[in-house]
Design a protein. Structure first.
Length: 148
């Protein structure tokens, strides 16, 4: 019997409102990408049940920003398979959704994030510490929104 390849799985979330996107600045003490502007998200936990990716998306947003996404429709945006730092295969699934006015995020996990905020795609072009894959992903999300 051959050994099966095991994948790490991550889920990220892009929330938008009025042409801006909710992003996070990673804390300086984290191992991966300290100080970088990126998406909110995290690892899929080994639980059994339906809608594991969407459940992870909602949990990560709550843990990192204090936002309860009950009533927020999340839509699949993309998935990517890449090799992690140790050469392990990693699958990242990204969802997007619209956040209503009057609901504001906060840093709920200061060990992981140093700030959260709203940026437009144009504004990200001047952000030096933005992860390079974030602007193209947001551009894809904006194209998808225009088609709806």
């Amino acid at each position: 019997m051959s050994e099966r390849t095991r994948y790490e799985a991550n889920v990220c979330v892009l929330l938008h409102r009025a042409g801006r996107w909710l992003l996070a600045v990673r804390s300086p003490g984290v191992a991966y990408a300290p100080g970088q502007v990126g998406l909110i998200g995290g690892h899929v936990e080994p639980v059994v049940g339906p809608d594991v990716f969407e459940t992870t998306a909602r949990r990560e947003v709550a843990e990192e920003t204090g936002l309860d996404l009950a009533g927020v429709d999340l839509h699949y945006l993309s998935s990517e398979l890449y090799l992690g730092d140790a050469g392990q295969p990693v699958l990242t699934v990204t969802y997007m959704g619209e956040l209503a006015d009057g609901i504001e995020p906060r840093v709920a996990a200061p060990d992981e994030l140093s700030a959260v905020g709203w940026w437009s795609l144009a504004e990200l072009s001047t952000v030096e510490n933005c992860a390079p894959w974030v602007p193209p992903l947001i551009a894809d999300a904006e194209r998808l929104l225009r088609r709806r």
